[in-house]
Design a protein around this ligand. Structure first.
Ligand SMILES: C[S@@+](CC[C@H](N)C(=O)[O-])C[C@H]1O[C@@H](n2cnc3c(N)ncnc32)[C@H](O)[C@@H]1O
Length: 329
């Protein structure tokens, strides 16, 4: 006869990982004799006292339906190698899974997808897809780093126009897709949209995560564009856009002035004139085409004026992820 005590003991054994086979006579009509439910992942975490680390922005997605929705946002993954970034990087290749431990900000993915055929940039995206429930604390520096790699066709983008499906705090996702005149329009909007087709595909309520963050989460997809909408190198675009949004409540002229040393300050007005932009336009009112014109003119000035070139490099930290990590401004 299976008693409640036996059932409690069985549950405990299952929870601590000991396989259990129950053999006994039982009366199915007696509710006291039902088999114990299989413990949920949340229960296992509680029993094993597996705490999430705030320092690493650990907000786990354990809800099967929510995980399925996140994966569905990536579209058709048939035949794809999928790299699930973070907690470590997991690469699923066919039925195989490879696990890499390391800091994703330093992890070089150039040689990770050994069996994936490289595609020409102008072809359809390759059979590789990066999906990640990113930790909030590094999600912006990571996407800035990856945007740079997209523009230089390095890392996962040496395989072609590799797509990304990633999570961000809801408001960060809104900034990424914000259109001209939108009050959320920011530096991040231009940096993402000039290189990628960016979409917020889904919002996951914060309460679904364990532990629950205070904010909801956007699932954002990125498909690199065949032709970037701003034609200058990434470091020029990054600099012009950063300076423009530095004074986001002021006219664009105010931020753009800071691109020039005092002895060449007259070039700012000339640049706006040549780009056919009203100096009293606000940063969030500038279109990507207007940024393209500004970047081309600024780049030509850097070549023409030695003083500006030197000033430019004094203020430039092309490899620093940290310095550009506040891209939400
Ligand atoms: C939001 S959790 C997602 C965990 C898991 N993928 C999921 O969906 O439940 C983010 C994970 O990234 C890990 N992480 C934080 N910083 C990292 C870094 N610099 N490099 C790699 N992983 C990191 C955290 O330890 C945590 O496991």
């Amino acid at each position: 006869m299976i008693t409640q005590k036996v059932l409690d003991l069985t549950l405990l054994l299952i929870v601590i990982g000991i396989p259990v086979v129950l053999i006994g006579l039982h009366n199915m009509s007696n509710p006291a004799l039902r088999l114990p439910p299989i413990p949920t992942i949340q229960e296992l975490i509680r029993v094993y006292k597996l705490g999430a680390r705030k320092r690493l922005s650990q907000n786990f997605l354990l809800n099967q339906a929510a995980i399925q929705k996140l994966v569905n946002c990536a579209g058709d993954l048939k035949g794809c190698s999928v790299c699930e970034t973070l907690s470590s990087a997991y690469t699923y290749i066919g039925k195989n899974m490879r696990i890499f431990h390391g800091d994703v900000l330093k992890f070089n993915m150039t040689d990770t997808f050994t069996n994936v055929e490289k595609r020409d940039w102008h072809d359809e995206p390759p059979d590789v897809h990066i999906i990640g429930n990113l930790p909030f604390n590094i999600s912006t520096p990571l996407i800035i780093l990856w945007l740079r790699q997209i523009s230089q066709r390095q890392g996962p983008w040496s395989y072609g126009r590799t797509r990304l499906t990633l999570t961000f705090q809801k408001e960060v996702g809104e900034r990424m897709v914000a259109d001209i005149m939108d009050k959320q329009r920011s530096r991040l909007s231009i940096m993402c949209q000039h290189l990628c087709d960016v979409k917020v595909k889904h919002i996951i309520p914060g309460k679904v995560f364990v532990p629950a963050p205070k904010v909801d989460v956007s699932v954002v997809t990125f498909t690199p564009l065949r032709m970037p909408r701003i034609t200058q190198p990434y470091h020029i675009v990054e600099k012009v856009v950063r300076h423009t949004f530095h004074y986001r409540q002021k006219y664009c002229k105010r931020g753009l002035e800071t691109l020039f040393p005092p002895d060449l300050s007259h070039l700012c007005g000339e640049m706006l004139d040549k780009a056919d932009i009203d100096p009293t336009t606000r940063p969030q009112q500038l279109s990507i085409d207007e940024f393209d014109r500004l970047c081309s003119i600024y780049s030509s000035y850097c070549e023409e004026y030695r003083g500006l070139f030197e000033y430019y490099y004094r203020d430039q930290h092309p490899n620093s992820v940290e310095l550009i990590a506040t891209a939400g401004d």
